[in-house]
Design a protein around this ligand. Structure first.
Ligand SMILES: [Zn+2]
Length: 283
């Protein structure tokens, strides 16, 4: 499941093909993904210039010249592929249409953006740009982890008195937007905080330390994604999936990487999801 760094990588990969370009034709091949598409979606997208491609949490938002914003969510299995050669960056030719190519944007610069999603947990919606933040999927979101509203005092305040484990608190999208299982595990490891520790029981100074660590973990992953985009010419045009090594995620039974620790990475289940951590150095 794509997390924030993967979605940001997709956004950065799409930007040169979409920003400033006009959707010459929008191909909508089914009525819905997770939810029904908005009424007349193809018609409303056709002829629109993409003024800006931005991201909020794990949503990609395309601000269109006509005053609407297209929201794109990759869901569990959504994949975005760019083909064509708008700026000399994408040398591959257009691939043959695949099963599950649900939405295709034919840009006026020759690029083709294909949204493929076999499991259809993804979503697309249209809303007025002026009130985009009021969209039901966006209004519930807390601050962006890489934005100015996510700071030490915010996290200390929301953790205070909280009875839920640190892991669950950081996965709460109202506390901080866009953090998922992988990067929460990694951030807690770097901070030396056990995923089982109740949020309200973590000393304020340790809560505060989580903020720069979360930013760093995400920034490093986004940089790794950026490197993957440089290899794009050789790739098949699919955006957002890149090799990245983790300290604890997926490393059950392997030695802890903290120098001198000697512990072993464990896996436990919290709220139905795997948490990876080292009980030796995460308290
Ligand atoms: Zn350890």
């Amino acid at each position: 499941m794509p997390e924030l760094p993967e979605v940001e990588t997709v956004r950065r990969g799409l930007a040169p093909a979409m920003e400033g370009a006009v959707i010459a034709r929008a191909e909508v091949n089914r009525p819905d993904l997770r939810w029904p598409f908005p009424a007349r979606m193809a018609e409303r997208l056709t002829g629109q210039r993409v003024e800006r491609l931005r991201r909020r949490s794990k949503y990609i938002l395309a601000d269109l010249s006509g005053g609407e914003t297209l929201l794109i969510h990759l869901g569990m299995s959504g994949r975005m592929t760019v083909s064509g050669d708008p700026l000399g960056q994408f040398v591959h030719t257009h691939p043959a249409a695949q099963k599950h190519d649900h939405v295709v944007f034919h840009m006026d610069n020759g690029a083709r953006i294909t949204f493929n999603d076999p499991r259809r947990f993804g979503a697309m919606d249209l809303m007025p740009t002026a009130t985009a933040e009021d969209h039901k999927l966006l209004m519930v979101l807390g601050p962006e982890p890489l934005g100015n509203d996510f700071h030490e005092n915010h996290l200390i305040a929301v953790f205070k008195g909280k009875n839920t484990p640190a892991k669950s608190a950081l996965l709460d999208q109202g506390i901080v937007a866009g953090l998922g299982n992988i990067y929460v595990c990694e951030a807690l490891f770097r901070a030396g905080v056990s995923p089982r520790r109740k949020a309200g029981q973590i000393a304020a100074v340790r809560v505060a330390a989580l903020v720069p660590i979360i930013r760093q973990v995400l920034t490093e992953a986004i940089e790794a994604g950026g490197s993957s985009l440089k290899d794009f010419r050789q790739a098949d045009g699919e955006l957002g999936y890149f090799q990245h090594s983790f300290d604890v995620y997926g490393r059950e039974g392997q030695p802890c990487r903290r120098p001198g620790c000697g512990g072993t990475v464990q896996r436990i289940t919290q709220s139905g999801r795997s948490s990876f951590y080292c009980a030796q150095c995460q308290r």
